[in-house]
Design a protein around this ligand. Structure first.
Ligand SMILES: NC(=O)c1ccc[n+]([C@@H]2O[C@H](COP(=O)([O-])OP(=O)(O)OC[C@H]3O[C@@H](n4cnc5c(N)ncnc54)[C@H](OP(=O)(O)O)[C@@H]3O)[C@@H](O)[C@H]2O)c1
Length: 326
């Protein structure tokens, strides 16, 4: 089968489409024929090893000290079940599914094995393969942070970076959980963020949310421009700062903030659970959650997709489509 392989860290040029051995499902696994996958900010970080300050060494421990341990990137996909292991009972050949492989990756390939009790769900009937492929990276990150931050109905939530993969999911999920949502984005994305459910939208090119006198129960920072030192004045008593993207400084400050105030810092990484994907798939099926697609690229142009993701200015999710000639 064809897969996108990288054997050293670096720019998108390190990616090569190669023939590799097709995986065989173990007894408890399914083999998925990939119809669509995504290039995420996670793929950018794992490929380039560009990490928030203080996390470089940790990243090498996770991804491989001198070169990538897992040569195929891609954390999520949608496709059809091609074959099943002999102990698989929840899925059958031909089922359309979506899956989240997380940091194990390997989704930038024509076929991918997943354990049946992993983050694997039937594709919501009302989503295309492209949309279903983008259900989990942003969705499970936002969901995981909201759960750890104990988001309550009626709370005021601000999402900084509301137009990205995590931000577009966070706005929709916060609205679903009954929050009053403010999204922070650039001028071009104001309408999108309002459409996704934000009651208030702040254009960061015109206004600094940390200086406008408004306060929130929960601030989600997906950009890294709202560390505790800047956003503490915008957090209410009992407020939580969900650091989807944060530096080591805030992590070290966490116990001190908890001891000396009623505010809390909730750091990453987000942990993706199988149940989380099923929850998102059900929400999508009911029409209450829909992944935002910014751009699509064919499999052969995946390096181009990486170049776009590398800019840090993408809208929603970037989809890679695969044709199998069937
Ligand atoms: N902790 C975890 O477990 C975890 C999980 C997933 C992702 N992450 C991290 O979270 C970050 C965001 O991920 P993502 O996938 O959502 O990234 P993304 O899709 O690239 O989105 C970033 C968004 O931020 C917007 N933006 C840029 N500068 C901004 C600013 N100053 N204020 C407000 N918005 C701004 C960009 O749009 P414009 O430039 O057009 O404004 C873009 O839409 C990444 O750094 C990623 O590594 C962490």
């Amino acid at each position: 089968m064809k897969a996108v392989v990288y054997e050293r860290y670096g720019p998108p040029d390190v990616l090569q489409i190669k023939d590799v051995e097709e995986p065989t499902p173990k007894d408890n696994e399914v083999l998925i024929k990939t119809r669509a996958t995504t290039v995420t900010s996670g793929d950018w970080r794992a490929r380039s090893l560009q990490m928030p300050p203080g996390f470089g060494f940790l990243a090498r421990l996770v991804f491989g000290i001198s070169r990538p341990r897992q040569p195929v990137l891609g954390s999520e996909l949608a496709g059809d079940i091609e074959s099943v292991g002999k102990h698989v009972s929840r899925f059958k050949v031909g089922d359309p599914v979506c899956a989240f492989a997380g940091v194990r990756m390997g989704c930038h390939a024509e076929y991918k094995c997943m354990p049946e009790d992993g983050a694997l769900a039937l594709k919501p009937a009302n989503l295309t393969y492209d949309e279903a492929a983008a259900l989990s990276f942003g969705g499970m990150t936002a969901l995981g942070f909201f759960r750890r931050g104990k988001l309550q109905s009626g709370e005021r939530v601000l999402v900084n970076g509301a137009s990205g993969a995590v931000g577009t999911a966070a706005v929709q999920l916060a609205k679903h959980f009954g929050a009053d949502v403010t999204g922070v984005c650039s001028t071009a994305n104001v309408e999108l963020v309002r459409f996704l459910g934000a009651r208030h939208v702040i254009d960061y090119t015109k206004e600094d949310f940390t200086r406008n006198g408004e306060t929130y129960d929960v601030i989600v920072d997906t950009v890294g421009t709202a560390p505790f030192s800047r956003s503490k004045g915008s957090l209410r008593e009992g407020g939580r700062l969900l650091l989807v993207l944060g530096g080591l400084g805030d992590m070290l400050r966490m116990p001190w903030v908890s001891m000396t105030s009623r505010k809390k810092i909730v750091p990453g990484p987000a942990v993706g659970r199988a149940e989380g994907l099923r929850f998102l798939a059900e929400l999508a099926e009911r029409g209450e959650f829909k992944p935002v697609i910014g751009r699509r690229y064919p499999f052969e142009q995946i390096a181009e997709a990486h170049r776009y993701v590398d800019t840090g200015h993408k809208k929603g999710n970037v989809i890679i489509t695969l044709e199998h000639g069937d």
